[in-house]
Write a protein that binds this ligand. Structure first.
Ligand code: DC
Length: 654
């Protein structure tokens, strides 16, 4: 195995500014997968986290009879088993995943025959005794190795008790597992928790996801009454991971910039959104819209605070990193237990900060850090993704830092570096009045521009297919904003109102279709109403700036691709790998459009085309202009394949 070199982190040359979409929460992903697997129909999950633990769950529910289809781009469809697992003998390999093993043992008990739950050595060392005891008390034949360890065996039995009491002072995952299975028992289940309950926020999360899938749960402190009505399928969007969001929020706060995390809310099911309160106390400003949370850092810098992080302990390394950038002392307490996480998260951050010249000391249950100058150097990450991500934030703010073993971020966020460094690069270049990200992703963009009916959509799609690249239709993004304006009664000519809507609205343009706030509008955005409204929308400079930022983010996320529009080569990606500008005679273009919109005659389409061409070419901001270095292709008498062949022949080496 080769060891990658330490990754140098460039210092920000301007305050960070931008918006990000982050992968889904692991905890919510695994709960939603179980509910969807038990439902009586096909569910569709969006923003599913792809990681080792969620793959373990997907394999587990598949072994029990659910059908899972990865539709790409974080979308998964799941055909549920209506509460009836495939008959045993079946073995579930939970790998390293605590939730997979602890959730699927009670789920297996809903089946018939024998089920074995096993996992990797690290998981075999973790306790299961309380779960075995609870299942046995319900009349289920459950056994574990030495009474407490994996592999464990469960013999499915349909007639079981209506009540169970369970210890929840070792892990809340046992209780979550019983809760998740409960709606599929014939009479439901009453669950009483005894002893001190650990991690109540995770139990609240379990109940919230169950309710989202139609379960009827009465929840009281330490007592749950679950009806036996089963689960119903649905579309469900998984919140971005709040622990991952902490690095982006921390960076905004410590650099005096601002970052929006889309899809997150302060009412999140995840305890780690509490980190927003910590940042606020340090001097940052938190704003929330219907679709995102924004953190802005103060120009004057953050101030140190005293804080107990017991309920949001995964954010301790993030706070250690930004405490080094704050004025004064930050004292963290309540987190003695994080010495046993992927690494010792008290000793590690303190040791690395001291090495960088910061005054930092360990406490039995936390640490004290005095903000100051950083000497720079290589930071050890102890094979801990959170160390790598937290010290990247410090590196971006202070400079001179390299991250050892950067690949450890793959545990929860393989695209971490491309996302955060892409944002940093585009912020720096934007502040130099050149809004173009000079990222390597930008250099892997193929820009296809041209007027309506020039054939650019068909060509761009076919080209992306042929080269195996991702494809983005930016016209659909402008159309989606126009659709949203009509849908939400925002006057398209009210530039401020449209701009503020564009900044907050969730738009998803992908080969699967176009979605606004999760609603499919693929067909509607091509209709005459939207087509009439879109020119005014596309002439709005603030809408353009927002959509162009999203287009650059898309390219960073995908590592490049084929992007079609009007200003892709000239404005959005002047550093694109290749630029093509398609044209065709106007009667040919009108003829092509008339074929697509069957309910309008040729004359109406031709008149509309002229109107839109004029609007697109004469608007003040980013009018349709050909990039100087674009290859022009006149498509009037060429078929698609001929145009694509021509484009491919003109591509420079990757
Ligand atoms: O390509 P289309 O017809 O779907 O584009 C819809 C509108 O959006 C059209 O009026 C031009 C505008 N547009 C733009 O101004 N810039 C882009 N990059 C893409 C489209």
């Amino acid at each position: 195995m080769t060891t990658p070199d330490p990754l140098p982190i460039p210092r920000l040359t301007a305050p960070i500014s931008g918006a990000v979409e982050l992968p889904g929460s692991k905890s919510i992903t695994n709960r939603a997968l179980v509910c969807a697997a038990l439902a009586d129909g096909v569910s569709r999950l969006q923003n599913v986290l792809v990681s080792d633990d969620t793959e373990a769950m997907i394999h587990g529910i598949t072994a029990l009879g659910a059908e899972v289809t990865d539709e790409g781009d974080g979308h998964h469809s799941i055909r549920g088993i209506a509460g009836r697992p495939a008959p045993g003998p079946i073995t579930v390999d939970a790998r390293q995943s605590g939730t997979t093993s602890r959730f699927l043992a009670p789920v297996a008990a809903l089946g018939i025959g024998e089920y074995t739950i096993d996992g990797a050595d690290q998981l075999r060392a973790r306790p299961f005794g309380d779960l075995v005891d609870a299942l046995r008390s319900m009349g289920i034949d459950a056994t574990a190795t030495e009474g407490d360890r994996l592999p464990m065996h469960v013999v499915g039995a349909r007639a079981v008790a209506r009540r169970v009491s369970l210890r929840a002072d070792v892990s809340s995952q046992f209780a979550s597992g019983l809760l998740l299975a409960a709606p599929c028992l014939p009479w439901g289940l009453e669950i009483e928790l005894v002893g001190d309950i650990v991690s109540q926020p995770y139990l609240d999360m379990t109940v919230a996801v169950m309710r989202a899938f139609g379960a009827n749960v009465e929840a009281d402190v330490g007592r749950y009454v679950v009806d036996g009505g089963g689960y119903h399928p649905r579309e469900y969007r998984i919140e971005p991971d709040a622990s991952t969001a902490s690095y982006f929020f921390g960076l905004a706060a410590a650099s005096g910039g601002r970052i929006d995390v889309r899809g997150l809310s302060t009412a999140s099911l995840q305890g780690d959104v509490g980190f927003l309160g910590v940042l606020e106390e340090m001097g940052a400003t938190i704003e929330e819209t219907a679709t995102s949370v924004r953190v802005s850092g103060p120009d004057s810098g953050l101030r140190g605070i005293d804080v107990n992080l017991a309920d949001l302990s995964d954010t301790a390394p993030t706070l250690a990193a930004i405490a080094a950038c704050a004025e004064g002392t930050t004292a963290v307490s309540g987190v003695g237990f994080i010495r046993n996480k992927e690494s010792d998260r008290i000793a590690g951050p303190v040791r690395e900060l001291v090495r960088l010249g910061i005054d930092a000391t360990e406490e039995p249950d936390g640490f004290r850090i005095v903000g100051g100058d950083v000497d720079g150097g290589v930071v050890a990450t102890y094979d801990d993704h959170r160390m790598a991500m937290a010290f990247t934030v410090l590196g971006l703010v202070k400079g001179g830092i390299s991250i050892e073993h950067p690949d450890c971020v793959a545990k929860t966020f393989p695209d971490f570096f491309s996302t955060i460094l892409g944002l940093a690069t585009s912020s720096s270049t934007a502040s130099e009045s050149d809004p173009t990200p000079a990222t390597s992703a930008a250099r892997r963009v193929i820009a296809i521009d041209g007027p309506s009916g020039s054939g650019k959509s068909t060509v761009a799609k076919a080209l992306a297919d042929r080269l195996g690249l991702d494809y983005l239709d930016t016209g659909a993004m402008y159309r989606a904003v126009a659709f949203a304006a009509l849908r939400y009664d925002v006057d398209p000519s009210d530039t401020d109102a449209v701009a503020s809507m564009a900044r907050t609205i969730d738009i998803d343009v992908s080969p699967k279709g176009v979605f606004v706030e999760g609603a499919d509008c693929t067909v509607e955005i091509r209709g005459p109403e939207v087509t009439r409204a879109v020119s005014a929308i596309a002439a709005n400079p603030e809408v353009r700036a927002e959509l162009q930022a999203r287009q650059r983010e898309w390219a960073t996320r995908k590592g490049g691709g084929v992007i079609e529009g009007r200003d892709i080569g000239s404005v959005v990606f002047p550093n694109a790998r290749a630029k093509f500008f398609l044209t065709a005679r106007s009667e040919v273009r009108a003829g092509r459009r008339a074929k697509e919109v069957t309910d309008l005659d040729y004359e109406t389409v031709a008149a509309d085309l002229v109107r839109r061409d004029t609007a697109d070419s004469t608007r003040e901001h980013n009018p349709l202009v050909m990039a100087d270095d674009a290859v022009v292709i006149e498509t009037s008498s060429l078929g698609i394949d001929a145009v694509v062949d021509h484009v491919v022949s003109q591509l420079p080496e990757d």
